[in-house]
Design a protein around this ligand. Structure first.
Ligand SMILES: Nc1ncnc2c1ncn2[C@@H]1O[C@H](COP(=O)(O)OP(=O)(O)OP(=O)(O)O)[C@@H](O)[C@H]1O
Ligand SMILES: [Mg+2]
Length: 347
């Protein structure tokens, strides 16, 4: 499948999954991939962590207002003049890169803005700084979430971008976050809260406007959790699920089954017994990790009829623009292969 077509399947894509599986990293890589395909992207961050900025090499924290992480440039070097090339088949011209924007959305900022837009700007700052929102949110569960989702809904309608990527909180909180609108709809019979909740429920239920991509690692616990989360999001929240992104994947390397002593001898290197032992142990560890990955991905495929996109593990202390670029390229390759393989069938 063409990358731009993939990215245009829904206007908002929520990236969700268990804590620490790589939601932020994958959000950044998808943003980079979409921008390379010519789309303007907005990344929405909710927790005030520095991951999104760092992934693009920025040091400034994100703000409620729009920041530009990468300015569109182009054309990209991936399409030759005659329109041929790895991604150029049938493409008459090179694609100009899109721009990646980002913002951090907090309930307090969203409330301040809402009040200001409804003629209460003067008292709004005092209300928020006095902790009034805390009182309100204790009285009305879900109000903080609906403020954030209401802002995302407004951006979905108004922002001048092709794709909005939401770096969601970890699964437990994400489930509460995404089901808050339905809860409020049941609780509020009328008024602005109900109207907002109604709009958010409509957004989440429309697959052309919003879908969720779940991220997992190819390990037992994260796979269990992603299966459970997938059914809950579909059944309880009424969301449409896009592909599952299996992050941190190892590649299959047949050299790992070679005898280290023989492999060293073949290139005229002599190893000590200790070195041979260490290499054999490392190879065996990696082979067992790879076998685990294959088994867990198979189990995931058996239990969840969703397409899997593989993102590689990158061996680096920090994740910056270079690492994001690598992951973005792998995701792009996986997406371009969609269609070449049969789609998973829903049982
Ligand atoms: N493909 C990868 N290769 C190597 N390291 C990775 C990869 N993906 C994520 N990491 C590292 O794993 C850690 C967790 O990643 P990340 O912050 O993206 O996860 P998260 O799901 O957003 O976490 P949280 O739930 O805390 O928000 C980070 O240190 C990140 O650099
Ligand atoms: Mg994160």
């Amino acid at each position: 499948m063409d990358i731009a077509t993939f990215c245009r399947q829904s206007r908002v894509l929520v990236i969700a999954g268990k804590g620490g599986v790589g939601k932020t990293t994958i959000t950044a890589a998808l943003a980079r991939m979409a921008a390379r395909a010519g789309l303007d992207v907005l990344v929405v961050e909710l927790e005030g962590k520095p991951g999104v900025s760092a992934a693009f090499g920025a040091t400034e924290p994100l703000a409620y207002t729009d920041s530009t992480l990468t300015a569109g440039s182009g054309p990209l070097g991936i399409v030759r003049d005659d329109g041929s090339g790895p991604r150029g088949a049938g493409q008459p011209e090179a694609v100009a890169e899109g721009t990646v924007h980002a913002r951090r959305i907090t309930p307090d900022d969203a409330l301040l803005e809402y009040l200001a837009e409804h003629g209460m700007g003067r008292i709004s700052k005092r209300l928020v700084s006095s902790g009034a929102l805390d009182v309100v949110s204790t009285a009305i569960p879900g109000i903080r979430d609906i403020l954030v989702l209401g802002k995302i809904k407004q951006l979905e309608r108004e922002a001048d971008v092709d794709l909005i990527l939401v770096d969601a909180p970890a699964t437990g909180h994400a489930m509460t976050f995404l089901s808050s609108a339905r809860g409020l709809l049941d609780a509020a019979r009328s008024g602005p809260v109900r109207a907002q909740a109604q709009d958010v429920v409509e957004l989440l239920a429309d697959p052309e406007r919003c879908q969720v991509a779940l991220v997992t690692l190819p390990e037992e616990m994260p796979v269990n959790e992603v299966i459970e989360a997938a059914y809950q999001l579909e059944d309880r929240v009424g969301l449409t699920l896009g592909p599952v992104i299996v992050n941190g994947c190892l590649s299959d390397d047949p050299r790992l089954s070679e005898d280290p002593a023989a492999a060293a001898a073949a290139v005229a290197v002599t190893l000590s017994t200790e070195q041979i032992g260490a290499l054999a142990a490392a190879a065996s560890f990696r082979a067992s990790r790879y076998a685990l990955q294959v088994a867990q991905r198979r189990r995931l495929a058996d239990e969840l009829p969703l397409r899997q996109l593989e993102a590689p593990i990158v061996f680096s202390d920090t994740i910056g623009p270079r690492e994001i670029e690598r992951i973005a390229e792998s995701l792009a390759d996986a997406i371009e292969n969609i269609g070449a393989e049969p789609a998973p069938t829903v049982s």
